[in-house]
Design a protein around this ligand. Structure first.
Ligand code: NAP
Length: 477
């Protein structure tokens, strides 16, 4: 029997769809799943693609079915399961075989896996895959970390299955070891912020202006034709348009306001903090999900404090929708600027040389944050590769100058009306702090020196690094 070009372990939602995508692009693939019945079911449902699939019941048969050197995608539950699977697989592999972890791994686990395999003749790739079930089946965005040589060996298959933007595959080698999984983590962090800001604007429309789901669907539908055009705005319109088959009410009104999270948002924030790079909009989005899950506490607090009766100022005027659109746009710029700044710092910290324009390019299609906006980011980083931050590139500084007044008006009015807009407000204050040449940290330095003799630099450059502060100084650490 003809051997497979590639193997895949894990026929869950993502793995099954990725395997069908690989087969559909003409690549012969061997598949294995821990629970054998799932392999049988998968093969039974594969239809015309059966010719390209070799279903295997044991790891031994699975490995034997792939032509060496064997690329093997592992698409299973992230964490310990991946380590168990690697150990299970290793004895059957030979020199040059490549294990590709395509799940949502923490990049630090990926780095540890690279380390553990470094004295073997086996190769490892950590690969971020975005786009959910639909992306896996018809074209995900693929972020690869590992040696460039190992990527070259799987490039043809991966680019064949990736989403395409203007014919360009949304797949790239981004750097050594954990680079692919790190970039996927930050992608998800940005996704958290993007989703949270959309939810905040939805909240302003619903609670500040009493708009119905149907009315809001029209608003998001219109916005999707303009500068906010993106997958997340598109699905927001669809979500707002859907009716609940049981009650007949808008589906969105029947959904409990408790958001789930699996960890990638939190990892983005932890890593940004570790490197000292502010990612306040992402942080606010993660915190908002955590607060959303405290439903009981929120209900109890509402009984004590009540809600502000004030709605949006009636004088807001006819430009409301334009202002909200521009506010969302400005907030989005802040979130992406932060995400890219975190990646830029990580690139130095881990010696990866992450290619920012390429990252923006492979996010333009296939992934959850796909949008025309990412095409603008690609251009900005290509034209200004050394920009310290996305917001100071010529194109984005112009966009911010135009949209920032709207963000300020929307956040100010929302806060006055008691409507929470934490991610939008974080993006605004991030920008206000970033563009202020003389900030307020001189006060912090003075306080630190007062109680802890930590010293400070003087604005005139004179060589005096302490007080004098008078009595009570030097009280603590
Ligand atoms: P899923 O549908 O829950 O499937 C989980 C798969 O993992 C099953 O094939 C399961 O095998 C296997 N598995 C679990 N524990 C195992 C173990 N100890 N040893 C061997 N196999 C084990 O999960 P999924 O949604 O496809 O997600 C797979 C990976 O992709 C995860 O890392 C996830 O975070 C990532 N991801 C998911 C999405 C998404 O939208 N769902 C998007 C991007 C990335 P059994 O059938 O035997 O239980």
């Amino acid at each position: 029997m003809e051997q497979a070009e590639i193997g895949l372990i894990g026929l869950g939602v993502m793995g099954a769809n990725l395997a069908l995508n690989i087969a559909e692009k003409g690549n012969k693939i061997a598949v294995f799943n821990r629970t054998v019945e799932k392999t049988h079911e998968f093969f039974k449902d594969a239809g015309a693609l059966k010719d390209k699939i070799i279903p295997c019941e044991t790891i031994e048969d699975f490995v034997a079915a792939i032509r060496p050197p064997r690329p093997i995608i592992i698409m299973i539950k992230a964490g310990e399961a991946v380590d168990q699977q690697i150990e299970h697989l290793k004895p059957y592999l030979s020199s040059g075989d490549i294990m590709i972890d395509a799940g949502n791994a923490n990049f630090r686990d990926t780095m540890a896996r690279f380390d553990r395999l470094k004295d073997t003749e086996l190769t490892f790739i950590g690969m971020g895959v975005s786009g959910g079930e639909e992306g896996a089946r018809h074209g995900p965005s693929i972020m690869v970390g590992g040696t460039e040589a190992s990527y070259k060996r799987v490039e043809k298959v991966l680019t064949s299955i990736a989403a395409k933007y203007d014919g360009d595959p949304c797949c790239a080698w981004l750097g050594e070891n954990g680079a692919g999984h790190f970039v996927k983590t930050i992608h998800n962090g940005i996704e958290y912020a993007d989703m949270q800001m959309i939810a905040e604007i939805y909240g302003v429309l619903r609670d500040g202006f009493g708009k119905t789901a149907g009315e809001m669907a029209d608003v998001f539908g219109d916005w999707n034709k303009g500068r906010l055009n993106s997958y997340l705005i598109e699905i927001t319109e669809k979500v707002l348009s859907a009716a609940d088959p049981i009650s007949g009410k808008p589906m969105v009104d029947m959904i409990l306001d408790k958001a789930g999270q699996k960890g990638t948002g939190k990892w983005s924030v932890i890593e940004s903090q570790q490197m000292g790079i502010p990612a306040t909009a992402i942080e606010a989005a993660v915190a908002a999900r955590s607060l959303s899950s405290m439903k009981g506490e929120r209900e109890a607090a509402e009984k004590i404090f009540g809600l502000e009766s004030a709605s949006y100022p009636a004088s807001y005027g006819p430009d409301l929708l334009k202002d909200l659109e521009l506010a969302l746009f400005a907030g989005k710029i802040g979130a992406y600027a932060q995400g890219f700044a975190v990646m830029s710092a990580a690139s130095k910290e881990f010696d990866w040389s992450l290619p920012m324009p390429v990252i923006a390019k492979i996010w333009r299609a296939g992934c959850i944050i796909r949008s025309q906006f990412l095409d603008e980011i690609t251009k900005a980083f290509t034209e200004t590769p050394d920009a310290a931050n996305l917001v100071v590139t010529p194109a984005f500084s112009d966009m911010l100058k135009e949209s920032l007044p709207s963000l300020r008006r929307v956040v100010t009015a929302a806060l006055a009306a008691g409507l929470p807009v934490p991610a939008l407000a974080s993006a605004l204050t991030y920008f206000d702090s970033y563009r202020r040449g003389r900030g307020t940290a001189n006060m912090i330095q003075a306080q630190r020196d007062f109680f802890g003799a930590h010293g400070f630099d003087r604005v005139d450059g004179a060589d005096s690094h302490h007080g004098p502060w008078g009595s009570g100084a030097g009280a603590g650490a």
